[in-house]
Design a protein around this ligand. Structure first.
Ligand SMILES: *Cc1c(COP(=O)(O)O)cnc(C)c1O
Length: 481
């Protein structure tokens, strides 16, 4: 047996690396990353390919190793080429973010040191970093001291955590679901609907509150609907408001909604996955006024704080409630951990136990850069959206949606003749084929609508001006066809 163990050890040794090998690997990876970053300015924001990365399957996972050069080539050809390039400042579709280089270094260190960030006992330092970041986010939102939260993988999971917390806080049991009412709007992000279903709440009554002309929830209608539901003997318990809808960037009237929630004792969950980070700048803070009166809020650092994908956060005003919905029971194999709690462990605030030390990717950029550049970038995005909103109206043929609350602008081209929906569909197709900039679309009141979402830290005035040029050029081209 000893013989066999030694044999296996020899083969398994390949899993370890030596200093020379590491220097070499790191150097090659850094060169790859550097070439990628240096090419970003010229690189398309979107590449349509026929193969769509299928060539990856020609290099199956196998017993034999492949060298780094060939492996990076696979990445370059089949992963980093086809599709959208969310690292580009010209990526202005969906909700951008960018992906800070400094955050990548945080991920690198998190992976190398492999600290166990789920439980305080295992890595008190890692947990304290995350607690500190949650406190920073809490202050950003304007929640009081008793609030807490958790860093999640994204907004969808954060919405789920908020909804599960609300369910537990209202002590809803399966027998109550059919009478329990949730208030939301047609503009609520689909992850909320998904979260309600996953949280077992799909039998709840859902009321879609009408929107005003700026796609914000009508508070008056919300109040009336709640009153009518109460009269019917139903149990109104949850309002989902949006602090920046994905579609149009609209911010629901939070102060009034919070007052209604308070009067009728509903849980107010604010989905600020896209917009909540704007609270960092003065202008954004004004627009988000009232967010601090909610019971829970979602904020996505991989959007408004420009981190690479994989970072969301849930904050709950009465932190105890997040804990009560997620803590784990005392189990014998965790007894050392529980004895040594000084700070609350993320594992007690989340469905996850073992998880990525995701705090480091936010902590490192904040430490290395300070908050000021984030604040400036967010105000810059607000102003860029306003700039675009003005400028595009000045070009003949373009019409705009409502004044942007945050950094999403909706607009469309109205052709001299013919169907506007078909025209705009073709227009966006031409723009995507061109690839210099990437925009996405939506349908508002039956109108096929273009949307510009500005949120990458790499998107500046020059990118917006180029976008205007491309739009003008392609619209002209289509008009002449
Ligand atoms: C992006 C987004 C979500 C979903 O967040 P993910 O991080 O993609 O899971 C939820 N709500 C809003 C308003 C969003 O913009």
């Amino acid at each position: 047996m000893r013989e066999r163990i030694r044999q296996l050890e020899k083969i398994a040794l390949a899993l370890e690396s030596n200093a020379e090998q590491r220097a070499d690997l790191l150097n090659q990876v850094a060169q790859y990353a550097e070439a990628f970053l240096q090419s970003l300015d010229q690189a398309p924001a979107y590449i349509a390919t026929d193969d769509k990365g299928i060539g990856l399957y020609d290099s199956p996972i196998s017993e034999a190793p492949l060298d780094l050069d060939d492996t990076l080539n696979l990445l370059k050809q089949h992963v980093n080429r086809p599709g959208i390039n969310p690292a580009s400042g010209n990526f202005l579709g969906y909700i951008p973010g960018g992906g800070l280089y400094f955050a990548a270094l945080g991920d690198y260190l998190a992976a190398i040191t492999n600290r166990y960030a789920g439980v305080f006992f295992a890595s008190p330092g890692a947990v304290r970093i995350e607690r500190m970041l949650v406190t920073w986010l809490r202050n950003l939102i304007g929640y009081p001291e008793g609030a807490t939260g958790d860093l999640t993988s994204g907004g969808s999971i954060a919405n789920l955590a908020g909804i599960v917390t609300a369910r537990e806080a209202h002590n809803l049991k399966a027998k109550d679901f059919a009478r329990a009412v949730v208030y939301l709007s047609e503009q609520t992000h689909h992850s909320v609907d998904k979260a309600l279903r996953i949280a077992g709440l799909k039998e709840c009554v859902k009321r879609y509150i009408p929107l005003d002309q700026r796609y914000r929830m009508q508070a008056e209608a919300l109040k009336e609907t709640i009153l009518a539901d109460k009269r019917q003997g139903l149990n109104p318990w949850l309002i989902i408001a949006s602090a920046g809808t994905t579609d149009t960037g609209a911010v629901d009237p939070l102060p009034v909604i919070a007052e209604i929630a308070g009067t009728h004792q509903l849980w107010l969950h604010v989905d600020g996955a896209y917009g909540a980070a704007f609270a960092l700048c003065e202008e954004g803070k004004k627009i988000l006024r009232g967010i601090e009166q909610s019971d829970s809020v979602v904020i996505d650092p991989h959007k408004g704080l420009f981190l690479p994908y994989g970072s969301g956060a849930i904050l709950v005003k009465e932190g105890q409630k997040l804990y009560q919905a997620h803590y784990y029971q005392d189990v014998p194999y965790m007894q050392d951990a529980l004895a040594a709690q000084e700070e609350i462990s993320p594992a007690d605030l989340s469905p996850e136990l073992t998880r990525h030390f995701r705090g480091l990717r936010l902590w490192l950029p904040l430490k290395l850069l300070g908050v000021a550049p984030f604040r400036a970038a967010l105000e810059e995005k607000l102003l860029l959206a306003r700039y675009f909103y003005q400028a595009i109206q000045e070009i003949e043929g373009f019409e705009v949606g409502p004044d942007p609350d945050l950094s999403v602008v909706t607009f469309r081209y109205v052709p001299k003749q013919g169907d506007a929906n078909a025209f705009n569909q073709k227009l966006v197709q031409l723009i995507q084929e061109d690839g210099r900039v990437f925009l996405s679309t939506t349908t508002l009141e039956g109108k096929f609508t273009l949307r510009l979402a500005i949120l990458s830290f790499r998107s500046h005035l020059a990118h917006i001006e180029q976008t205007i040029e491309v739009l003008q050029e392609k619209a002209r081209l289509l008009e002449e066809m």
